[in-house]
Design a protein around this ligand. Sequence first.
Ligand code: FES
Length: 84
Amino acid sequence: MNMNLMEVCKSYDLPVEGVCGGMAMCASCQVYIHTDKHFGERNDDEEAMLDEAYHVKSNSRLGCQIPISTELEGAEFELAPEES
Ligand code: FES
């Protein structure tokens, strides 16, 4: 279905806003990755957005920048707190 992690969270009514619709411009989809699996590096837009976001940790990613694939099988994520 070519979805990303933010979209899947929203489809399950998890508290993810996804304000910018997945354009790496809001950080409302921030997640913490709790697995040793590697899902690629943060891209430049993602890195810039996380530089301005709150509650950022070394394992932070923007959910909208993580495409759903078989590599996510068994992966554990935590939703970051809301920005305010
Ligand atoms: S939905 Fe806006 S940065 Fe991911």
